[in-house]
Design a protein around this ligand. Structure first.
Ligand code: ZN
Length: 132
């Protein structure tokens, strides 16, 4: 089964936690054991897993990426959003998470974050569940 999550971002850079929305899709599916594949079909966005307990962690990640990849840095890409493309490469655009007992098998401090690097935009995240 394939599902779409809609993510509407309001800023150029924004990390939106989607853990609960992904878990809801698993709940609706009734799948107890399997793999959840999370795929972002965009070239200036990404997806990653990291700490969701302290919200400062996502700000630190955002600031570190901004320092590493400034918005303006003599890039050749004519659209003007080369930094967003580069950040997307760094985070990657897909994840696999095991499903056990109907739940995402995440660590206690882990959450799944959609990463916007060229917002505001309307984005999609594709969720594919594989039972087994
Ligand atoms: Zn571009």
């Amino acid at each position: 089964m394939l599902k779409y999550l809609e993510v509407v971002t309001q800023k150029r850079t924004h990390f939106e936690e989607i853990t609960d929305a992904v878990q809801e899709i698993i709940d609706e599916s009734g799948i107890k054991e399997g793999i959840c594949y999370i795929y972002v079909p965009h070239t200036t966005a990404g997806v990653f897993i990291n700490e969701n307990a302290d919200p400062d962690v996502k700000w630190d990640i955002e600031n570190a990426l901004d320092k590493l990849i400034p918005w303006e840095d003599g890039y050749k890409h004519i659209e003007g959003n080369a930094a967003a493309h580069i950040k997307s490469v760094l985070t990657g655009n897909s994840l696999f998470v095991p499903i056990k007992d109907g739940k995402l098998l995440l660590g206690i401090w882990q959450g799944i974050f959609f990463a916007e690097f060229d917002g505001p935009r309307d984005r999609k995240v594709i969720i594919k569940l594989m039972e087994g």
